[in-house]
Write a protein that binds this ligand. Sequence first.
Ligand code: NAI
Ligand code: MG
Length: 397
Amino acid sequence: MKRKIVSMPGDGIGKTVLPESIRVLNAVGFDAEYIHADIGWDFWCNEGNPLPQRTIDLLTEHKVGLFGAITSKPKADAEKELNPSMQGKGLQYFSPIVGLRQKFGLDIVVRPCISVKGNPLNFIMKNNNGGFDEPFVNAVIFRQGTEGLYAGVEWTNPPKVVRDALETNSKMKAFKDVPSEEMAISTRIVTRKASERIIREAFEYAKKFGYTNVTICEKPNVLRETSGMMLSLAKQISNEYPGIALWDTNIDAQMMWLTKNPEIYGVIVAENMFGDIISDAFAGLIGGLGFACSANIGKEVAVFEPTHGSAPKYETLNPSIINPIAMILSACMMLDYLNEKEKADRIRKAIDKVVLDGKVRTYDMMKLKGGPDVFKHGACTTQQMTDEIIKSLPNPS
Ligand code: NAI
Ligand code: MG
């Protein structure tokens, strides 16, 4: 039976890159039917819900989704752009990708950041001989996807019961003179079960793919309770994996180590927000958002997406300039997940070849400022990059 994949292009460049990944999936011989599902800003503006129930139903039924990107805007803009007939009804915008993670328990967010040889955007460092070194970055970030600072438990002007509860903590004395109306609170809730799951998945991945270290990247010296819990669980779980070293770093220091010795890190595991930060930072070392792919994996449902957002400033450029590789690599992660590893590897080999050959490059790879002029300077279009990847697919072995 033909596999059905839920296709959620979303907003902006999500609508451009997702079809490109499907072209590559078709070319590599992955036999599937793609079922379109609505998600994103238009559905917020017109229906008051960026993640319509019909999309949730499709994912519930078909279990595997490809996702492009969505546009999120701050609270006041979200309210302003809502269809006037729906304003003032207390509707609240919530990021639909965060919503998907929570709805389907997509708690294992995996973001590989692996250098591609010959990528002119690879991170380089000056060395002592007047030349430079190009460290090979091979880090895979495991970001907890459903809780922590992004769980959405937050208030502006917290109700009295919340305030009273918080005041049972002596640290709240520092805020005793602040009226609730002048206060905004976002909570960081971390649970043992979810932390154990992401940490264990990180170790399992390290074991499966031969990584020799797992780093828990938190801030337990300050966030003593939440980061403290994650660190102590990591220590316990690491005992089950004798061949793999557990390192722990603080999120702030990790950002510095990143440009000192990024090549030493293997698997890195962190809470939702810290994982978000680490994965963008590592993405910067391997070519930026045009190369950063990710998977959101739950017990039953999985959604694959590039790390980048909807880049609205490039949405209307025609032909499109943006790099489809992040989306195509995300589709490879989907193939891995569906046990189509041979097809995933063929696509990755094709990407490696195109990047190394360097004949066809999107504007970001040429370090050009984005805009319609990039073609004059030799940049390829989004579609030309995909064409070149398809042309470079090795034959099935
Ligand atoms: P962004 O990732 O959309 O774009 C930032 C910049 O990165 C772009 O202006 C562009 O220069 C570059 N870039 C991104 N993708 C690229 C690609 N495929 N090829 C070449 N260059 C690329 O992030 P930004 O500008 O912070 O956010 C724009 C919108 O996207 C916002 O509404 C934000 O909320 C949303 N967003 C959505 C995400 C998602 O859908 N998962 C993730 C991040 C942001
Ligand atoms: Mg991010």
